[in-house]
Design a protein around this ligand. Structure first.
Ligand code: HEC
Ligand code: HEC
Length: 301
């Protein structure tokens, strides 16, 4: 790190770094003074314990030499490499520049690989062994933390391996989802209905999926559904991919099928976000990913 916002910090770091070495040398030489020369009788410190007496002998010469050599190496390092504040060192190395150069080099090596997929149809990407390996690696690095390493999702994170899609399962739709991100918003209905009414709607929704339900409450539930929910989920409750409103008849659940979960969603709403990836993945990478995700439910193999 040799980038500082102000000259003050640069001087501060330089003083501490050089001062550290100077201080160590000062301590060393202060200890060399007043010690008996060779041939002089060795004096005692006056400390004795259990018949063992502590002598006041000179510091061993090998130790003093090692100390001096290490200090010299430290000083040499500081002047060769960027250690002293914003000084780049005699070798003029610049780590930030090196990282950039290395990144450009990798980019240049990787770009042609991705270029081959830029015009490849999605169906081919999904069935191309190399493309699939790249897609999976990209997925594990960028998506698995939310969608799971097997892409099967978890509550609130959609499963990407089935044919049930919030925003559409055509390759172009998936590409759009990954590039721009998505936000699924279902408004809260707690100001418009009672929990008992929400529970009636839940009976109706569960009945659409052949899940256990109270038959007597399905009809009033459907009435309320037609009043509050059709606009987004549709008259047939098949959902609307323009809004990311899920199909409520495919027994495939983002939040769970229990009455409690459905009632909670109706009363409190849902707000769920898939972050856009265009800022940190290239269009070619996203294309390979989209082909790979599409392939999870469509590939031949
Ligand atoms: C921070 C968590 C997070 C990350 C990271 C993330 N996603 Fe998502 N993704 C979500 C959520 C949440 C949704 C559901 C959005 C909604 O409810 O409308 C979603 C939705 C999707 C969908 C739409 C599913 C459907 O049914 O229409 C796809 C496709 C998708 N993600 C792919 C990816 C890929 C590929 C990556 C990696 C580049 C990725 N996601 C990274 C959270 C994430
Ligand atoms: C303004 C549009 C809108 C309205 C009105 C609306 N919903 Fe939703 N609903 C959504 C969206 C969008 C999602 C997906 C939320 C997400 O991505 O997390 C959703 C999710 C759900 C889910 C979760 C499904 C799952 O897979 O877990 C249920 C159940 C649901 N809605 C039922 C209802 C019912 C019942 C009503 C009527 C009381 C209703 N919705 C009204 C848009 C709407």
């Amino acid at each position: 790190m040799n980038k500082f916002d102000s000259v003050g910090w640069s001087i501060w770091i330089t003083v501490i770094a050089l001062g550290g070495v100077v201080f160590c040398l000062y301590v060393l030489f202060s200890q060399l003074k007043g010690q008996p020369k060779k041939g002089e009788t060795i004096s005692e410190t006056g400390h004795a314990w259990d018949g063992i007496t502590e002598y006041d002998t000179p510091l061993p010469r090998w130790w003093v030499s090692m100390y001096l050599i290490l200090s010299a190496i430290a000083l040499a390092y500081m002047f060769l490499y960027p250690t002293l504040g914003s000084y780049n060192g005699l070798l003029n190395t610049n780590q930030a520049k090196e990282v950039l150069l290395a990144q450009e080099e990798i980019e240049a090596r990787v770009q042609p690989v991705f270029q081959t997929y830029a015009d490849m149809p999605f169906a081919e990407i999904a069935n191309d062994e190399e493309a699939r390996a790249i897609g999976q690696r990209l997925f594990l690095n960028n998506c698995a933390q939310c969608h799971g390493s097997d892409a099967q999702g978890s509550p609130s994170f959609p499963n990407l391996t089935d044919k049930s899609w919030l925003w559409g399962g055509e390759p172009e739709q998936i590409l759009h989802t990954i590039t721009e991100g998505r936000r699924g918003i279902m408004p809260a209905h707690n100001a418009m209905m009672t929990p008992a009414q929400a529970s009636e709607i839940a009976q109706y929704v569960r009945s659409l999926n052949n899940l256990a339900h109270d038959q007597t409450r399905v009809v009033p539930g459907k009435k309320l559904y037609d009043q509050f929910c059709v606009a987004c989920h549709g008259a047939e409750a098949k959902g609307n991919q323009m809004l990311g409103a899920p199909d409520l008849t495919d027994n495939n659940w983002l939040y769970g099928s229990s009455e409690d979960s459905i009632v909670y969603g109706i009363m409190n709403g849902r707000d769920n976000q898939m972050p856009p990836q265009k800022d940190h993945l290239s269009p070619e990478q996203i294309r390979v990913l989209a082909g790979w995700v599409w392939g999870l439910s469509n590939a031949k193999q």
